[in-house]
Ligand binder design. Structure first.
Ligand code: SF4
Length: 175
């Protein structure tokens, strides 16, 4: 996650920000996300994050505020490979209408009744963000360290690296 978010009343169309090669990129990321070594690399990052955060014991009251970006003034950024992996592992692909609606609400298309509909497969940014004020001292460092590993995973497997806003990255796959 990162902030600040957009000012209220500034919805934007995630599809308007797509690059000309969006479909080609999405195909590369989706193909790579099926590779066993990539799958294991992502799962190892998630395991290490779970261990690190468990040791730090931040409080999560499942308020869903980390997923209501506009309301809480932050944005979620992900890599293309992460987005592809979440969709594949969760066997969930939102429709274009889902993505547009989430952008208008300024929340996540996977937020369902206050809960994450893809919890086991959520991106690194979701795993690093806690609204517990005590997490302010370590979550940025943890996020940066794991983002460096994500970038290295892309490079190791010759996967095109892009890091973008969540709804826009999802739009690559449903355009
Ligand atoms: S993927 Fe899940 S945890 Fe992350 S913003 Fe969406 S609903 Fe929230």
């Amino acid at each position: 996650m990162t902030g600040p978010g957009r000012a209220p009343g500034q919805p934007r169309d995630p599809f308007a920000a797509l690059p000309p090669d969006a479909a080609e990129l999405a195909a590369r990321w989706a193909e790579a996300a099926f590779a066993p070594a990539v799958d294991e690399g992502l799962r190892a990052i998630h395991r290490d994050m779970a261990e690190a955060t468990a040791a730090l014991a931040p409080v999560c009251d499942a308020s869903g505020r980390c997923c209501r970006f506009g309301e809480w003034g932050h944005l979620l950024y992900v890599t293309g490979l992460e987005a592809a992996w979440t969709l594949r592992a969760a066997a969930r692909t939102p429709t274009a209408e889902d993505v547009r609606a989430a952008a208008l609400r300024d929340d996540c298309p996977f937020l369902e009744a206050g809960r994450c509909g893809v919890h086991a497969f959520r991106p690194v940014g979701c795993r690093a963000y806690f609204c517990d004020p005590r997490a302010a001292g370590w979550q940025e460092e943890l996020s940066e360290r794991m983002l460096a590993r994500l970038r290295a995973l892309h490079e190791e497997h010759a996967v095109p690296y892009r890091y973008g806003e969540w709804r826009t990255m999802l739009a690559h796959f449903v355009a």
